[in-house]
Design a protein around this ligand. Structure first.
Ligand code: NAD
Length: 279
């Protein structure tokens, strides 16, 4: 008897990244956790990077292993060059190579511009921008060394930068964060231009408001959520799975001709919602 539509969809999903090796940074929580699990569901072996939250990271690993693929957790600070180099080197040793790098780790250190310390500025730039550069660079080295393996994927490797709607929307009180994500946009485009001739695809996913620990204050009370929904034409706060599914699609050969793009996954937040009634 034929399977249900859901079973068929599940089977198709499980084939999308079969045999590929993926690394997700900042994967003990939020979007990174959902992404690591979705990549496993799509058939990839997954490295779960974390810098805090070892127990949660091990639970993510167990969940991914339960899907019938391999996974392990690796502690590393993405803003530390030696730690990133060692993390990718270990992955190449244990899994043989890397096919998908999801540079997801990020943080906020909010303050009014006039009160922001250099430390607050630098920490956000170090993790959100320099961290993505280091992870992309180490993955790209392995992609170039190995080249295309047609049975695995049409491209030599995929780098997916986790950006934000603040790649293009200015954000008062968050100048360090908005600057880091604006930088991620140009980091991604320049790497895409430079690496495309070697069949490496570099793209970004730009989430809108997603329910995770990073922005708990924005959705944790009904009043805060109502305010937030005014900024979202689709009138729902996003879930980590909304982003995880976008990452799977972006990493798969379905989107093989997508190079240097930012996919906004934001319920329309970048559509200038204030102009729906004003202007
Ligand atoms: P989160 O706080 O749950 O996840 C961030 C992760 O990054 C955590 O696991 C954290 O431990 C990790 N991290 C922080 N510093 C690190 C370091 N130095 N090395 C390694 N890991 C480190 O929040 P999230 O919402 O899941 O954020 C994930 C990404 O999505 C971030 O880049 C964030 O900017 C981006 N984003 C989130 C939203 C949202 O609405 N939640 C919107 C746009 C963009």
């Amino acid at each position: 008897m034929a399977g249900s539509v859901d079973e068929d969809r599940g089977t198709a999903y499980a084939q999308l990244l079969r045999g590929q090796k993926a690394l997700v940074t900042g994967a003990h929580s939020g979007i990174g956790m959902a992404t690591a699990i979705a990549l496993g569901r799509a058939g990839a072996d997954v490295v779960v990077n974390y810098v805090v939250g070892a127990d949660e990271a091990e639970k993510v690993v167990a969940q991914i292993e339960g899907l019938g693929v391999r996974a392990y957790a690796h502690e590393a600070d993405v803003s530390d060059e030696d730690q990133v180099v060692a993390m990718v080197a270990r992955m190449v040793k244990e899994f043989g190579t890397i096919d998908i790098m999801v540079a997801n780790a990020g943080l906020q250190r909010d303050a009014a511009a006039t009160d922001m310390t250099l430390q607050q500025w630098q920490k956000v730039i170090d993790v959100n921008l320099t961290g993505q550069f280091l992870c992309a660079r180490e993955a790209a080295k392995e992609f170039v060394r190995r080249g295309v393996v047609p049975e695995v994927s049409r491209s030599a490797g995929k780098i997916i930068c986790m950006s934000s709607v603040h790649q293009i929307i200015p954000w008062s009180g968050h100048v360090n964060y908005a600057s880091s994500k604006g930088g991620v946009g140009m980091l991604m485009q320049t790497l895409a231009q430079e690496l495309a001739p070697q069949h490496i695809r570099v793209n970004a996913i730009a989430p809108g408001a997603i329910r995770t620990p990073i922005n708990r204050d924005a959705w944790s009370t009904p009043e805060a959520e109502a305010e937030l929904l005014k900024l979202i034409p689709y009138r729902r706060v996003g879930d980590p799975d909304d982003i995880a599914d976008a990452v799977v699609a972006m990493a798969s050969d379905l989107l093989d001709y997508v190079v240097g793009s930012t996919l906004f996954v934001d319920g329309g937040m970048t559509l200038f919602p204030g102009f729906a009634t004003g202007g």
